[in-house]
Design a binder for this molecule. Structure first.
Ligand code: SF4
Ligand code: SF4
Length: 383
């Protein structure tokens, strides 16, 4: 049994890793009422907070790795406990000691790949720009108006490359003056930071920032809400400020300026899933919907859990790299909700959501009943 002194030491270590806010909790339980984990298993953020306050955290437990950083409970918490940042402090401790439960072990390979090749997928840095080779996608050069930062999954994943290609096609049609960094682009680092690997995040961020500055980048357009979040809200910690725009925001602007015309019908029933890092974390709810509403023939249906109450896909907080067993996958429930709402297409604007929904779609009784699409893919079809 540990002594009081040991617990005090753990409390101090948690505080030193950014978990001071745990002590503010008054155990109201509002976080547990909204946490999506409780649809599947018995999981309590309230309990994690209580244990951390008294230095009784079991850093070997998988529970400290479960939070997807979806942002639902911080928006409910009356004491500003900052469950996400505070929760990450526990992961920092576990990372420091090299303790990873089985479901979390893939993080070791992911970290090695991020360190060596700048992406979490174990892919070759030299092939990072291959997705746009036949599309007249230019390398970014000083003086260009926009850097299109495609991100890791859109650069390498066969399904998600289609989103990068649709985006490039739209930007070309609209006459946007843009380029990509290709082999010079690193992972943005958002998700690895949420796993507690702060050193690796800082390294990736510093390298990206240096590349942006060296190449004269001022405005960055991104497809991933995770890149959006970290460039906009976390990179300023390094005393830099770039104009950061999510593709849904740029598309809205281009449509309003008449630089894009949606002339072909997309006669399908579509529901839109708000990605946590675009919606709850950054309050971008209207732009993706405004785009979909402009598409001829498209019928937009809302799922009951939408906007600030959107159900997380399960991929945030580094969970995209961890094992989530069948019966515990949030995306299975979300896909079922889309079918229940009568949608033929589940549209979203995040690579993690698409990856998870594509997997869950295959588990449907009739996998052809629902298509998963990024909003840019729908726009590209309607041009
Ligand atoms: S909502 Fe906030 S104050 Fe209430 S139990 Fe959760 S962490 Fe504690
Ligand atoms: S941020 Fe989301 S997943 Fe994490 S504990 Fe809160 S409600 Fe649960």
């Amino acid at each position: 049994m540990e002594s009081v002194a040991d617990y005090k030491e753990i409390v101090d270590e948690i505080k030193a890793n950014g978990g001071e806010a745990f002590a503010r909790c008054y155990q109201c339980g509002l976080c547990d009422a909204v946490c999506p984990w409780n649809r599947f298993i018995d999981f309590s953020m309230r309990k994690i907070v209580r244990q951390a306050t008294y230095g009784m955290t079991d850093i070997e437990s998988e529970d400290i790795w479960r939070c997807t950083t979806c942002g639902s409970c911080p928006q409910q918490c009356p004491r500003d406990v900052g469950q996400i940042e505070s929760g990450v402090s526990l992961r920092r401790l576990a990372t420091e000691y090299g303790i990873f439960p089985n479901a979390v072990k893939p993080l070791r390979t992911v970290s090695a790949s991020l360190s060596g090749a700048g992406n979490p997928l174990g892919e070759d840095r030299q092939t990072r720009a291959d997705w746009g080779r036949d599309l007249s996608v230019k390398p970014f050069a000083e003086g260009m108006q926009v850097l299109y930062f495609s991100g890791c999954y859109l650069s390498y994943d066969p399904r998600l490359k289609k989103v990068a290609r649709a985006t490039a096609g739209i930007l070309n049609t609209a006459g946007v003056d843009y380029g990509i960094l290709g082999t010079k682009e690193n992972c943005c680092g958002e998700s690895i930071r949420k796993t507690g690997n702060e050193d690796l995040f800082k390294r990736l961020a510093r390298e990206n920032i240096k590349t942006f500055i060296d190449n004269g980048v001022k405005k960055i357009v991104v497809s991933s809400p995770h890149c959006y979040h970290t460039f906009k809200n976390e990179y300023p910690e390094f005393m830099v400020h770039f104009e950061v725009v999510h593709i849904s925001q740029l598309l809205c602007e281009l449509l309003e300026q008449g630089r894009l015309t949606l002339s072909k019908a997309f006669a399908r029933k579509v529901t839109y899933h708000d990605p946590c890092y675009l919606g709850r974390h950054n309050k971008v709810y209207d732009d993706p919907r405004a785009i979909l509403k402009r598409i001829p023939g498209l019928e937009l249906i809302e799922m009951p859990e939408s906007r600030e109450n959107s159900l997380c896909c399960g991929g945030g907080g580094g969970r995209i790299w961890m094992e989530t067993i069948k019966g515990e996958r949030f995306s299975d429930l979300r896909v079922a909700q889309a079918v229940e709402a009568g949608a033929e297409v589940l549209a979203t604007a995040c690579p993690y959501c698409i990856a998870n929904f594509e997997d869950s779609r295959l588990a449907l009784k009739d996998e052809g009943a629902l298509e998963i699409k990024d909003i840019t893919e729908i726009v590209a079809e309607a041009l």
